[in-house]
Ligand binder design. Structure first.
Ligand SMILES: Cc1ncc(COP(=O)(O)O)c(C=O)c1O
Length: 446
């Protein structure tokens, strides 16, 4: 298989390991999966799928054969868990009251959500909703182009910003970019600030990445925006404190719009509502999504300042479900649950438990080359040799299927990084159980 396919944001559904997994499923599941495969357009990272779901609740997925799987992936929509009663209640109520709001009208839940989101961070007071993260990033890029009059963008290799043509142009993952023809002009990719060590240490090496960005800004002279994930979600790359402060200063110096994509990690995953809060900086534009819709409704948003409120005679986000009352009700319920259940502090507290257990595992199992994380987002970098850091791709896949067999689901990113992102409402007991399943997989691997 093309090695570039293995180095992407998710585990691969076209491997021998996946074939073996499919063969281990009960025949009724396999026949449903065959139907799925018959009707859907096949794509890498989805069809053929893993199993058939019939329910989801709290931290669990429930399959058609009644297996209850602890979901440490959840496509990052499940910060408040699946089917949170407050989210379901708010959505159900709104479905009965105002299921849709045509775009020429507005409605109280949408206004209230914009007010609440726009009041969180000083200077990020202007809001636009979108039906997905890719579209939110598209809006952000267009806002920057119109406001600055410059179209060039700096982005990072390996980044994922969504599947739209503009998003894959600034993104850097081969399976999304190959064979689709010309992408957006004016995109300059720089390498990711890759960390092979833990939590937010200051790291002089990262000056190299900052210097590269400066070089592009200086050489081009007309860059309009820089777009990046504050913390890379999939393989859990957490730049050092200084990195974002320096990039913020660079963007100010060159009048470049700093767009931070926090679609998978905002809404508390890192222990703060927005990940950039860890760095003491404010981007010019932040995009959020996924968990914003409470795992029920596709909701994303762009937050920015009055400076970018300059598109009154353009249409930058002309979406049918632009101000969905149902989606807004879901998002308002999510914000309330985060506050009422103290989920930001909970992410920090449970994150410490996770960190301690994962570091113990690193001491015990040579295959774990690095443990990185923040809040309830953790990555285990698996290596065949700690010295050379050679990626343990086949082993990572075996560990993933072993865990799935034992009712724990997570994603493998870049071929060798086990990414763990449990819902923030998970109980300590469930978290411990999941980590025990994971450790069982490492024991078996030894
Ligand atoms: C960092 C990042 N940006 C953007 C997106 C795209 O979001 P959506 O799938 O809602 O378009 C994703 C989705 O995984 C993401 O992880």
């Amino acid at each position: 298989m093309d090695d570039r396919i293995l180095k992407v944001e998710g585990d691969i559904n076209l491997t021998e390991g996946r074939k073996k997994w499919m063969n281990s499923l009960p025949s009724e599941t396999r026949s449903e999966l065959d139907k799925d495969a018959k009707w859907f357009i096949h794509q890498a990272l989805s069809t053929p799928c893993l199993d058939i779901l019939e329910g989801c609740e709290g931290p669990y997925l429930v399959t058609s054969t009644g297996k209850k799987i602890l979901d440490f992936h959840g496509n990052n929509v499940h910060q408040v868990g699946y089917g949170h009663p407050k989210v379901i209640e708010a959505v159900t109520e709104m479905l009965h009251k105002l299921p849709f709001s045509p775009r020429r009208y507005t409605n109280p839940p949408a206004i209230e959500l914009a007010r609440q989101l726009g009041s969180k961070i000083p200077g990020l007071n202007r809001v636009l909703f979108a039906p997905g993260g890719s579209e939110a990033n598209s809006i952000a890029l267009k806002l920057s182009r119109i406001a600055t009059g410059r179209f060039k963008v700096v982005s990072m290799w390996g980044a994922f910003h969504g599947a739209g043509l503009d998003a894959i142009s600034v993104g850097g993952e081969a399976p999304f970019r190959k064979n689709v023809g010309p992408l957006l002009p004016g995109v300059e990719h720089v390498p990711q600030p890759v960390m092979y060590r833990s939590l937010c240490e200051n790291d002089p090496e990262q000056d190299m990445y900052v210097a590269l960005i400066r070089q592009v800004f200086e050489n081009e002279g007309d860059v309009g925006a820089l777009i990046a994930e504050t913390i890379r979600d999939t393989d859990v790359q957490i730049p050092a404190q200084e990195f974002w402060r320096k990039v913020r200063a660079l963007c100010d110096e060159f009048d470049v719009t700093l767009i931070l994509d926090e679609i998978p990690i905002a809404m508390g995953r890192t222990g703060k509502l927005f990940a950039f809060e860890h760095y003491g900086i404010t981007p010019d534009i932040v995009t959020i999504g996924k968990g914003l819709g409470g795992g029920v409704f596709p909701m994303a948003a762009v937050l920015t300042s009055d400076k970018f409120n300059v598109v009154a005679n353009h249409s930058v986000g002309h979406f049918t479900h632009e101000k969905s009352p149902v989606g807004s009700a879901a998002s308002l319920a999510v914000l309330k649950v985060i506050e009422q259940e103290d989920l930001l502090n909970r992410a920090v507290k449970l994150g410490q438990i996770m960190q301690a257990r994962l570091l113990e595992m690193k001491d015990r199992y040579e295959i774990i080359g690095d443990v990185r994380g923040i809040g309830l987002l953790w990555g285990l970098d698996l290596v065949t040799n700690r010295g050379t850091k050679a990626r343990a791709v086949a082993e990572a896949e075996r560990i993933m299927y072993h865990c799935l067999q034992n009712d724990l689901s997570f994603k493998v990113s870049q071929g060798n990084v086990i990414t763990l992102s449990p819902p923030l409402i998970i109980s300590e007991e469930e978290l411990e159980r999941a980590l025990t399943i994971l450790e069982g997989a490492f024991q078996k691997q030894m």
